[in-house]
Design a binder for this molecule. Structure first.
Ligand SMILES: C[S@@+](CC[C@H](N)C(=O)[O-])C[C@H]1O[C@@H](n2cnc3c(N)ncnc32)[C@H](O)[C@@H]1O
Length: 226
């Protein structure tokens, strides 16, 4: 059997959440509160855009950014991917890890924020970020971390809710200007990247769970050529 990982940097040897979070404590606390309010926040099923877009890819190493309760990570692992799943909420990550264990799957769970996670560069054949709530910073740290994680020949798949980027700030405190949207990542592509999909389309939404009211996705899929 060919060792597809030969010559690549090793992945972090982390297996379970509660071992030292890396990232902004306020972000972790905000998301822990949100998850704690409900026994289960999301549907428990993989996101439709991921299932569609990953269908034609050859499984290798995958990174799930903001994995939430783990449905995508579990689906990827079941589909033959070697999965690393990253999440700021320890509450969500414990649920995710339990789903993984119940399914008898080995998944690398990382309790960290994307920009602070010190992931091995250029290491993942698929970097999937499904509706990630990544905070925007002047140095575009989150956008750059997404790009940096993709191995040459690999794919970045970023999916978000259509139309949110241009909304007014809500009374609830949610301001789209605070977050990273696919257009901001696309703006950083250089000649090393080939955009394969950049479109808005109806969302194939898993039934149930918070966020089920969002009807359309923005799907950005790009391949790192070198
Ligand atoms: C809208 S939820 C989507 C969860 C999951 N991808 C799904 O589709 O069900 C966004 C997730 O991103 C996580 N998150 C927020 N900031 C993050 C960061 N800087 N790094 C990694 N995950 C983050 C949140 O805790 C939350 O679980």
């Amino acid at each position: 059997m060919t060792d597809t990982n030969a010559g690549r940097p090793p992945l972090p040897d982390v297996s379970f959440p509660a071992d030292g979070y890396v990232g902004d404590p306020a972000v972790r606390a905000e998301w822990d509160d949100r998850y704690t309010e409900r026994q289960q926040l999301w549907s428990g099923r993989p996101n439709g855009a991921l299932v569609t877009e990953a269908a034609g890819l050859t499984p290798g190493r995958a990174l799930d950014v903001g994995c939430g309760e783990g449905a995508d990570a579990v689906w990827l692992a079941r589909s033959g991917w070697d999965v690393t799943a990253l999440e700021v909420s320890g509450v969500a990550l414990e649920r995710a890890a339990e789903h993984g264990r119940d399914a008898g799957l080995t998944i690398r769970w990382v309790h960290a924020a994307l920009s602070e996670a010190a992931l091995p560069p250029a290491s993942f054949d698929l970097v999937s970020a499904q509706y990630p709530a990544l905070l925007r910073t002047p140095d575009a740290a989150a956008e750059r971390a997404l790009l940096a994680a993709v191995a040459p020949g690999g794919v970045l798949l970023l999916v978000h809710h259509a139309g949110m980027e241009n909304q007014q700030a809500h009374d609830s405190g949610f301001d789209p200007a605070d977050y990273v949207w696919p257009s901001m990542v696309a703006a950083l592509f250089d000649d090393d990247w080939e955009v394969e999909v950049d479109e808005q389309r109806p969302r194939v939404a898993p039934e149930g769970g918070a966020g089920a009211h969002h009807t359309d996705d923005v799907v950005l899929r790009a391949r790192r050529l070198r």
